[in-house]
Design a protein around this ligand. Structure first.
Ligand SMILES: Cc1cc2nc3c(=O)[nH]c(=O)nc-3n(C[C@H](O)[C@H](O)[C@H](O)COP(=O)(O)OP(=O)(O)OC[C@H]3O[C@@H](n4cnc5c(N)ncnc54)[C@H](O)[C@@H]3O)c2cc1C
Length: 557
């Protein structure tokens, strides 16, 4: 075996990769190398640091891998955009900055699905706490107050937010201070990965403060093309930097943090995956592992928009001549419209009483943003971003070529879940009920999207299939678990059948959580760091009212 220069090489300096790099390099005698395909995340680049600029990096190849799906059969055969961050910090450098832990039952489900009690809510909660530094009220005493990820609450003030909270109350929904407590259901001001008016990405939270560590090397612009295997053991990676030739680096362990698209792509390029998929493109099978690239799960989302009768929305944000003023204010003071992501209220609902936890997510903005559809609110307006959680739809990420530069074929199979249709129809009805409450009476200038002609369930579904976009939460393509339908051992994040090869990112989620996926990815990474280092995991947090939760049956391997 070639001599290893590093103890760990981490592929992908994204969200999970930043956290793992920080934790693994805490011991100064451990040598860690991070290889990131994208650019460095410069502090002075407003495209990634100014929260209101959140739309700009998306679809821009300088920051985004710009993946697209194959034609989606239930979405009018559209090839749908699948943005992923290609920059230090990964998707956390280009995401919407909304912070959702997920529902406690999501993690109990992880434990049940993996057969590993250590992934239930009580055991994952201390890792959320280790990650967080909340500036929100913490009435239940279950938040983190000293972690690297500072989280600021949105102000969510003004006539439109006042109307939204009042309407929620009128419609009988719970209005609360945070949806990140034990009870997720309800309507609350958003918590965001923003600090002092700037995006606080994973790389800013976890890597920037430890830049002085001499045992940690971070290289950007390096796309890893293959994991070097000696038999079943990973010994290093091969990569290219810019237009240079192939280089190799050897390490005691390889930790893949390439994300839901990047990680299964790299495993398959390395000969680890479903034999038929690899053979079709001429990649030699090193280890047949059928679940690599399968179980892709994503949320789907639409925007509903209304005209506003009064000049109380953030319409000014859409006026280009106002941008220099906003940018100057933001630069000098870290305040003003530039300092917000504008989705300042967030909420969870159950599509009907049979759901054991919320399955509809909505975020409210006091601004009708540029729409993917032709129809658009010209003047003042407001919008609800609506998504359905927990679909049964599953897709895949498959090699299309043995050339690492060719994007894999991505199929999400949106709307193929058995209950998707009914729950989407009910979700849109809940949204309309909310926006139709008396609290909005004086502000409502009429629904523009989907519009008054979209009424019957078939019409609603036709609109969803025409207009909906990715909810931006793909996961599960290297899921933890035991048995054929999994890739990663939930006890130590090792790829089944290998040694020296681990996966830590959103691809390892056994199932998609209720809400946005940054927070659960980071809690997963925090816990994975302890598993990799062999540390005693943090003790479970005693969760009031949940002591009687049935214990997890652990299947044998
Ligand atoms: C536009 C957008 C908006 C979103 N909005 C929100 C939100 O508001 N709130 C929220 O909670 N979540 C949001 N998400 C989702 C969330 O950001 C992701 O789930 C999370 O960041 C995923 O983390 P990860 O570590 O799995 O992957 P990433 O953070 O994507 O990191 C993967 C990294 O690996 C690198 N990489 C991949 N392949 C290679 C290779 N072969 N060689 C070297 N490097 C490689 C990538 O360049 C990237 O830096 C959003 C995502 C996007 C794209």
């Amino acid at each position: 075996m070639a001599s290893a220069k590093y103890d760990y090489v981490i592929v992908g300096g994204g969200s999970a990769g930043s956290a793992i790099a920080n934790r693994l390099s805490a011991d100064p005698t451990t040598q860690v190398l991070v290889l990131e395909a994208g650019i460095a995340d410069h502090r002075w680049d407003p495209i990634i640091t100014m929260p209101a600029a959140l739309g700009f990096p998306v679809g821009n190849r300088r920051y985004d891998w710009c993946y697209a799906t194959e034609p989606e059969p239930h979405m009018q055969n559209r090839r749908m955009r699948q943005p992923r961050g290609k920059i230090l910090g990964g998707s956390s450098s280009i995401n919407g900055m909304m912070y959702h832990r997920g529902h406690p039952a999501d993690f109990d489900q992880w434990a049940a699905e993996t057969g590993e009690p250590g992934w239930d809510y009580a055991h994952v909660l201390p890792y959320f706490q280790r990650h967080e530094h909340v500036l929100t009220a913490d009435p239940e005493g279950i938040r983190g107050h000293a972690g690297p990820q500072i989280l600021e609450p949105a102000e969510a003030r003004g006539p439109l937010f006042d109307a939204f909270f009042a309407a929620a109350s009128q419609a009988g929904h719970r209005v609360t201070t945070s949806i990140n407590d034990h009870i997720q259901e309800g309507v609350a001001p958003a918590e965001r990965m923003i600090h002092n008016g700037r995006r606080l990405s994973a790389s800013r939270a976890y890597l920037a403060p430890i830049r002085a560590r001499t045992n940690l090397e971070v290289r950007c612009g390096v796309q890893v093309g293959r994991v070097i295997m000696e038999g079943a053991r990973a010994v290093g990676v091969s990569f290219r930097q810019g237009s240079g030739g192939e280089e190799r680096v050897f390490a005691g362990e390889v930790v893949l943090c390439g994300g839901t698209m990047g990680t299964p792509h790299l495993l398959q390029l390395s000969g680890i995956g479903p034999a038929d998929v690899l053979e079709r493109v001429g990649v030699r099978v090193v280890l047949g592992l059928p679940a690599v690239g399968e179980n892709l799960e994503d949320h789907l989302a639409v925007h509903m928009q209304h005209r506003c009768t009064k000049p109380v929305s953030l319409l000014a944000m859409r006026k280009k001549y106002r941008w220099p003023g906003f940018a100057a204010q933001w630069l000098l003071t870290g305040t003003g419209p530039g300092a917000s992501n504008h989705q300042e209220a967030t909420s969870f609902y159950r599509s009907d009483e049979t759901q054991d936890r919320p399955d509809i997510m909505m975020s409210f903005a006091a601004l009708a943003m540029r729409s993917e559809e032709g129809a658009q609110v010209d003047g003042h307006g407001y919008q609800l971003h609506v998504g359905v959680m927990r679909t049964e739809a599953r897709g895949s990420v498959h090699l299309r070529s043995a050339n690492p530069a060719v994007h894999p074929a991505i199929r999400c199979n949106y709307l193929s879940g058995a209950s998707d249709r009914d729950r989407w129809v009910r979700g849109i009805a809940i949204a309309r009920d909310l926006l139709g409450q008396p609290a909005f009476a004086e502000l409502d200038g009429g629904e523009v999207l989907p519009g008054p002609r979209v009424v019957e369930p078939d019409e609603v579904m036709a609109w969803i299939s025409r207009a909906a976009q990715t909810g931006l939460h793909p996961s599960g393509t290297a899921r933890m678990g035991r048995g054929e339908n999994s890739v990663v051992d939930p006890r130590d994040m090792r790829v089944h059948g290998t040694s020296g090869l681990r996966v830590v990112d959103a691809s390892a989620m056994p199932s998609l959580t209720n809400g946005n996926t940054y927070a659960p990815t980071m809690a997963l990474a925090e816990k994975a760091a302890d598993l990799i280092l062999g540390n005693t995991p943090l003790p479970p947090v005693d969760v009031p009212g949940r002591a009687s939760r049935p214990s997890v049956a652990v299947p044998t391997e």
